[in-house]
Each structure stands twice: as C-alpha cells, then as structure tokens.
Design a protein around this ligand. Sequence first.
Ligand SMILES: Cc1ncc(C[n+]2csc(CCOP(=O)(O)OP(=O)(O)O)c2C)c(N)n1
Length: 582
Amino acid sequence: MADDTRPKELTGAQALVESLERVGVDVIFGIPGGAILPAYDPLGQSELVRHILVRHEQGAAHAAEGYAMATGRVGVCMATSGPGATNLVTGIADAYLDSVPIVAITGQVASTAVGTDAFQEADIRGITMPITKHSFLVTRAQDIPSAIKEAFHIAGTGRPGPVLVDITKDALVSSAPFEWPHELDLPGYRPTINPHAKQIREAAKMIKAASRPTLYVGGGVVKSEAFEELAELVKITQIPLVTTLMARGAFPDSDPLHMGMPGMHGHVSAVGALQRSDLLITLGARFDDRVTGKLDTFAPGAQVIHADIDPAEIGKNRSVDVPIVGDLKLTIAALNEVLRGEDLGDYSAWRAYLTNLKTKYAADPQPTKGDMLSPEYVIKRIGEMSGPDAYYAVGVGQHQMWAAHLLPFEKPGRWMNSGGAGTMGYCVPAAMGAKVGKPGELVWGIDGDGCFQMTNQELVTCALNDIPIKIAVINNESLGMVRQWQTLFYGERYSNTDLNSWRIPDFPKLAEAMGAVGLRAETVEEVDEVIAKALEINDRPVVVEFIVHKDAMVWPMVPAGTSNDDILIAKDLAPNWEDEIL
Ligand SMILES: Cc1ncc(C[n+]2csc(CCOP(=O)(O)OP(=O)(O)O)c2C)c(N)n1
C-alpha cells in the first residue's frame, strides 16, 4: 500500500502551480520567458488557473489591478526575469499607491548566477523594495508553497498592496517534497483590525460637540467594503460628506448630503466642506496633496478624527486629534453603535450652507464647445446611457477628472482609476482585468488619446480571449491635462503636447486591426448613436473615438501649491464663499 501521508515530490514549478490553486487563484495575466519558463509548463496544464497572455507586462500588472478592484480579490501577474520583471514596475508602483492587492510572480536567474550580471538579470526585489508591501526572493523549491501562501495573505489583509515573489530558475526546476503550510509564519505582521473602544468614544464626543462636521471619505472605505456602515453613519448623524477620487461610488452622489469630490479638481461644495469645517471625520483617506492643496492652509479651523487601518498614515500629513487604527468596516460600525439614538449637534445651518454651494456651482456640461463636441458631454452621455451598474476604468488626465465628476456614482466598487500614481496607460488593461473578474457586467474604459497610445495593444489580448470591453477614446488631439497647465501657467506655449491624433493614428482602424470594432463620433447626434451601437456589441471589444474640442478645461481647479481657498471655477473666477453666514 502506498504511503499517503508522505508528501509528494514536486518540482518547484509544479509546487508553484499547486500553491496558486490552493490559494484560489483563477486567473493570471502574464508573459513567459527563460527564467519563468519552467512554471509555464505545469501552468498550461492547470484546470483551475486560467492564464491570459498579455502583450506587455505593464498590461499584466494593471489587469491584475483592475481584476482586484472589480472583485475585491487578489489579482495576479507573472513575468520573466530582467525586462519582463521591470516592465511590471509601473503597475506595482500604481498598486502600492492605491493600496490594490496584487501578487507579482517573477522568474529570476539561477541562484548561482544572481549578482553576476547574468543574461536577463535584474534585482527586481531591490528595484521594487520601496513600492511593495513585501517581497520574497525564493531560491529553494521547498520554500515556494509558504512564500505563495504568505504573499497572498499579506497582499489581501490589513492595508492591501502589492507583493512580489521572485523565484530563481533552479528553485523552479529542482524537486522537493510538497508541504502546504497550515500556519502562517509571519512574526511582526499583525494588522490592527479592531478599533480601540476609547478612541471610538472620544470620536463620538467630538462629533457631538462639532457644529460644522464633515465626513472625509477615502479609498479605504472601498477597500474594507464599509458601504453599509457608512450609509448608516450618514443616516444617524446627517453629517455632510465628500468622497475622494479613490472613493467615488462609496456613497451615492444623488444623496443630498453628498457634497462631491474634494481636491485640485474637486467640487466647490466638497472643497468648502473640508475647508470650512470644524471637524473632519476622516475615514480611510490620506490627506493627499491633491486633496489638501497647500497643507498649512488646509481646513484651518478643523479638528481631525483620522481612522485608518495603517497606523503609518495617521499624522503623516496633518496632525490628528483622535487617531483610530482599525478596519473601517468595524470602526464605522463601532461609531454607529455609540452614536445611534444619541443627541447630536444641530448641523442644519452647515448643511444649508453647503447645499447652497452645491446648487450654485453645479456643473452643466453643454453638448458642444464652439462647433465641436465637448468632452464633458460625451462622458456624461456614456454614463447616462450605460447606467450606475456599469464598471468604469479611466486613464489619467482631463478625461479622468471629467469622468470623476460626471459618471453616475451610485454604486460602490465600480470605479477603477489610477489615483495615487496617476499612471497613463492604466485604462485599457485595467478595464480588461475588471471584465475578466466580472464577465457578466458592462465594462467601459474611458481613455485619453495620449493614454490610449500607451497600452492599447491589450485590445489584442481582449479580442483573442473573449474579453469584450468597450473603450471610449476622448480625442482632444493633445496631452490635454498638460496642455491645460500650459494654457494657464505657461502663456499658452504648447511645447510638446500636440499629439496630432486627429490625423495619426486612425483610432477606429487601429481598433479594427486589433480585432475590435472601431467607431467614431464627431457630432452631437453621433454621440448617442455610437454609444448605443457599442452597447449592442458583446462578442468583441469596441473602441469608440470621440473627436472633441482641444481647449476644454477641467474646472474647478486649485492651482498646484496654492490654498484650497483659492479654488477657481473658471479662469480668473473664484467662488463666493461668504454668501451665507454660518
Ligand atoms: C506614464 C505617465 N507619463 C506622463 C504623465 C503626465 N501626464 C499626466 S496627464 C497627461 C496627459 C494625458 O493626455 P491624454 O491621455 O490625451 O488625456 P487628456 O488629458 O487629454 O484627457 C500627461 C502626459 C503621466 N501621468 N503618466
């Protein structure tokens, strides 16, 4: 009789695939090459793990992010050593800044060759050390299972983030008994999940004493899926709230208490809600410079409650009166528990003040600018015709900000964008990853003509792998956001921002060449027509090019390095803060 208790002998490569199956991986985005090649052999035979062969490793990393953002699970990308691994770096940095849980698996040259400048050697662990939550260099086959188990645990727990597992070729080809670790051996890694009751009571006391409180809601609320808890907190307290770029959709925009998005291109009412507040109840937000503007003039009269799972965030940029470390889902639930049924302050004058700002400075995008389409209108129509259930990935630039203002943010977890790093090229692969994670859902990518030219080749991947995403290219013929700065701060000297993309490339033809359907709209009537057509096509990816005016600007704007008090709603036009006496 065979001895079933003895661990089976596997190659490192087989152990890797078995480990990935055991942690529940269902899809990996990647490209093979020499060092990782041994792993691709058993991977190709796995019945549980689907591998999607991308066209560029940057696409693999962003696709892993898009998958993670859309599903809440850990996304996985894979590359070979050297240039394969370095091509992942942008996506890893992006995931780090936006706290997206991904695991990047890379092949490394043989352990005996490490440090010799061997062919395709790069110290990817060293390169990514500052942009990963943790990283492993595995040089022995028997260490692969524990590295994989730990990597997935670290990526997905506490403050989520990217983890790198770099495996040498000799570790992949040699054999060892496969032993799946039952316990995790991670001394020192113990994220604080439960908030401290005393801090919760202190926070509640401050909320009761405040007269102009604001809930400053960040991406952490999305990561911890604390949507119901947040909705209840708002219901109990009737405190106005803002959602940052990363938190769009965490609370319905249509709610009268929602004051919009704060920051450099935020809504006047949201900027006012922070700037004139006497208490910021900060939930999973990090006082990013794009939100605060000039830090020493940010929310000058506000005390601060700061709740975050990462203690390193607390007090990093802004001093804090009540720190709360813990999972936001539990933190907000605990706050609800102590606030429910309590006598809270009367915030009605504050609400009225902000509501007035909200109405007065509401955006009203017109269909055209001059005789050309306005990009705001196009994005608004995509949102209206596709609805709040659709998933939306965006690139970086003006189109990203218009999308953040004008898409229908009613449901959580449907918004994918590169907030922290601001990575052009994020949109197409992130949309691809989202669609793989949510195959039954409508997934739009809204991209700029500049961003699209960085990673559009992943449409080939989509066409070949039955991933029918829809991409809107908002073609303003330029690196629009940079051009906007040149308009405002460089005397309209447009150095190197004209892409000539109304001539070359021909985006619909490019789309067709990649196996997608290519459509174009130039008039107001065509906008609805092409969106409707795109919505009907579900067997292939679709690219819709919208030719739009190049001089449309993103408003409001707080010029970099200035105070939020100096927000402009149009060139040289500031809002009137003093309309209502508080
Ligand atoms: C990888 C990368 N390179 C450069 C930049 C700087 N940058 C920010 S926005 C932008 C322009 C984006 O142009 P486009 O994609 O056409 O979008 P638009 O602003 O016109 O909507 C640039 C170059 C960046 N964010 N990322």
